[in-house]
Design a protein around this ligand. Structure first.
Ligand code: NI
Length: 386
């Protein structure tokens, strides 16, 4: 397939996806469009027990010379609840929703990889599964995919994300963690309300919340080795509803992030200790709960080198992927399957999750060619025919 022809086709797919963003677990039209494109290309969509258990999103399969080995290419397909302000002629047609994280780019480029692999499938040394994952933005999409068992026979997995701050076309690959593990917490403080003029009759949950927020700052700034990455942010604080009453309750929420499971558990433990201390000092009851949203990504060292070599062989420029404290549920796959999560520069001055985010669509064919090459070359290596 001519590159210019492929690029044109993918730009068409991309603009359609960009115009039709849908929330995580609600990607109905998106899934239908992906299915239609794959169907028109004669690519098998996995239904029923072999991967069709997903409500939105889907998996497809391209079988080469043999059933096995199997490798997977993954993209995510969900949009975000953001009102677009990019000024693009192909801006979102759905009020309040936008593809502000490049998942439209990921989807279009993976469709491109599918077309390329399908075109040359008689020379493919195994089978490629193409995974169009729903609900990456905190909606549990990767877990749904794992529960569907579609990846059970997969030996290696590759996924991509656009890098807003990298020049167009630069490929980012690093071994180890590139996206942090993400925890979220909720703290509810119960004290005793009273008149604002009579604080001695109250057990003030607002002062307790303020004290707790300040104390918790030491977890990162004083307790953490400066060379070790971690972040803790309070993002939601709610208490009271008027100016002259001390309320009974305060609610706090927030997030903490780090690159190892141990560090995440340690931050949660320290936070809990801060809650206990505030409760005791202020005479209030503090309920603390937390959960993990995703662990950190963990790129396989040898496969990262393989991916970088594959990119260079295509004439692409490879730079180290910049670690970010944002989460990515591709990490769940990497707990079970060795894989690499790579980035491609799309040069958006406004970063991801911003209403003015714009992905440079001229890089679609490049991302598609690289994805296809990763699948093709890993199958050749796994089957001993490099
Ligand atoms: Ni994203």
């Amino acid at each position: 397939m001519e590159t210019a022809y492929l690029q044109d086709k993918l730009a068409g797919y991309f603009t359609w996806f960009h115009q039709h963003p849908e929330p995580g677990n609600g990607e109905v039209e998106t899934t239908a469009r992906i299915r239609e494109i794959l169907h028109d290309a004669g690519i098998e969509v996995l239904d029923g027990r072999s991967g069709g258990l997903l409500k939105t999103g889907l998996a497809a399969r391209i079988q080469g010379k043999t059933d096995t080995p199997v490798v997977a290419l993954r993209c995510d397909i969900d949009g975000l609840p953001i009102t677009e302000a990019s000024g693009l002629p192909y801006a979102s047609r759905k009020a309040g929703f936008m593809h502000a994280c490049g998942h439209d780019f990921h989807t279009a480029s993976l469709l491109g990889a599918a077309l390329l692999l399908n075109e040359g499938k008689e020379t493919l040394e195994g089978t490629v599964k193409l995974l169009f994952q729903p609900a990456e933005e905190g909606g549990g999409g990767a877990q749904q995919v794992l529960d569907s068992h579609v990846l059970d026979d997969v030996r290696e997995i590759y996924g991509l994300h656009v890098a807003a701050n990298h020049a167009s076309g630069l490929i980012g690959i690093s071994p180890g963690g590139t996206h942090a593990g993400v925890g979220g917490f909720k703290i509810s403080i119960t004290g005793k309300g009273s008149h604002g003029a009579a604080p001695h009759h109250a057990r003030d949950p607002i002062v307790a919340a303020a004290q707790l927020i300040n104390t918790a700052q030491v977890i990162i700034s004083r307790n953490t080795n400066p060379f070790d990455q971690g972040v803790l942010s309070f993002t939601h604080l709610e208490a009271g509803n008027t100016w002259n009453v001390i309320p009974e309750k305060a609610l706090l929420e927030g997030t903490f992030r780090a690159f190892t499971d141990e560090k995440l558990a340690w931050i949660a433990r320290r936070l809990q200790e801060c809650c206990r201390a505030a409760a005791e000092a202020m005479g209030v009851t503090v309920d603390f709960s937390w959960r993990m949203y995703t662990m950190a990504t963990n790129n396989h060292t040898a496969l990262s080198e393989f991916a970088a070599e594959t990119a260079r062989a295509l004439g692409l420029t490879v730079i180290p992927a910049e670690p970010v404290m944002g989460g990515e549920d591709f990490a769940l796959y990497q707990k079970k399957i060795p894989g690499v999560f790579w980035t491609i520069g799309i040069n958006s001055p406004e970063g991801a999750h911003h209403p003015g985010f714009i992905a440079d669509m001229s890089q679609l064919s490049s991302a598609a060619c690289f994805s296809a090459a990763l699948a093709r070359n890993s199958l050749a290596r796994l089957s001993g025919k490099p």
